[in-house]
Design a protein around this ligand. Structure first.
Ligand code: TYM
Length: 345
């Protein structure tokens, strides 16, 4: 079947959103909203997989992430914005996919290994099955395009494997249901684009910027004020040399490469352009310019987020409306899936 292009993506409401989430995903989402039908989810069911979440804090985080989506430029009248747990079709399809996915596939997932760490026996089953729920998130809408940062690539490969195996396991039923090309679920494509698909820690250019890093200086949070942003950039780790004039000069200089990449992404330009302007400059000069760009770009988003979270009832209304629209798409696809599997109902 020629699938209608449909964008799906999501973020976890755990901790603060940071510059990596903003540049690696949100900016792309806003762009795709202009040309595509988009569904953007706050994945609250994923949020409880790694560690116990304080229920009050989880509620606040769900509203904060919703506010961040809108403050970054998404329009809730155009795109569907909702929290995952309000659409139970995700969990139901995930169960069917738990029976499609193979243990061997999940054993290869590097994020599970990283998150579970040494104490694997003590990790939740939910953390292990996390990528299966992610596949269900996408495929319950027959999502075709998934804008994400680099770190989600492996999960999206798994999503394609699950779609392919489901299409193959039920090929007879799928053909009988009238899908002449045998495709019931699309093989969703990752959209990993731009100069900031992997924003690194400000303290260590070899580590991903992450909400779980113990040091707050390692990341710029979307809630940081102008002074904090400037201070974190000023304290960012660098090496002793100045900036090179060509991109090749950034090789084996992860911190320099990261800061130049962040500047390029914030200015919607390329690393090469940035180096044309700053090649030969000292980091002290470049960091001042970077702080200015970051503050100019992020503080209006920050102010809008603050305005939005001051009215939680309005955010809850947006999520309810989004959930209703999401259910209207997901429920018929789930019902058809259940019929293919042989469930009566
Ligand atoms: P999460 O909540 O960890 O991250 C949300 C998005 O931000 C991107 N990202 C980054 N991009 C660049 N540099 C970084 N340092 C950085 N850190 C995070 C992530 O790649 C992601 O796009 N499993 C997903 C959530 C999810 C999902 C889905 C995504 C659940 N279901 C279905 C797409 C489709 C996650 O944990 O993202």
């Amino acid at each position: 079947m020629a699938f209608k292009p449909r964008v799906f993506s999501g973020m976890q409401p755990t901790g603060n959103l940071h510059l990596g989430n903003y540049l690696g995903a949100l900016v792309r989402w806003v762009e795709m909203e202009k040309t595509h039908e988009c569904i953007y989810c706050i994945v609250d069911m994923h949020a409880i997989t790694a560690a116990w979440q304080d229920p009050k804090e989880l509620q606040t985080a769900i509203r904060d992430v919703t506010a961040a989506y809108i403050a970054a430029g998404l329009d809730p009248r155009k795109s569907i914005l909702f929290n995952q747990s309000q659409v139970s079709a995700h969990a139901e399809l995930a169960w069917i996919f738990n029976c499609t996915a193979r243990l061997g596939w999940l054993n290869r997932m590097t994020q599970f290994k990283e998150k579970a760490g040494k104490d694997r026996e003590n990790a939740s089953i939910g953390l292990y099955g996390y990528p299966v729920l992610m596949a269900a998130d996408i495929l319950v809408y027959r999502g075709t395009h998934v804008p994400v940062g680099e770190d989600q690539k492996q999960h999206l490969e798994l999503t394609r494997d699950i779609a392919q195996k489901f299409n193959s396991d039920y090929r007879k039923e799928i053909a009988e249901a009238g899908y002449t090309d045998g495709e019931f679920f699309p093989l969703a494509e990752p959209v990993i684009m731009g100069t900031a698909t992997r924003v690194m820690s400000l303290r260590d250019g070899t580590k991903k910027m992450s909400k779980s890093d113990a040091s707050d200086l390692s990341r710029i949070n979307m809630t940081d004020d102008a002074d904090t942003i400037a201070r974190k950039i000023q304290k960012a780790k660098t090496d002793a040399e100045g900036l090179p004039s060509e991109e090749a000069g950034l090789a084996s200089r992860p911190e320099a490469d990261n800061l130049v990449g962040i500047y390029a992404a914030l200015k919607d330009t390329t690393k090469l352009e940035v180096l044309r302007e700053f090649g030969g400059s000292q980091f002290s000069t470049f960091k001042k310019a970077l702080a200015d760009v970051a503050v100019t770009r992020l503080t209006p988003v920050n102010a809008e987020m603050r305005r939005l979270v001051s009215d939680p009832a309005e955010i809850d209304r947006i999520l309810k409306d989004g959930s209703e629209r999401a259910r209207a798409i997901a429920e018929p696809i789930l019902a058809e899936t259940k019929r293919l599997v042989g469930f009566i109902g």
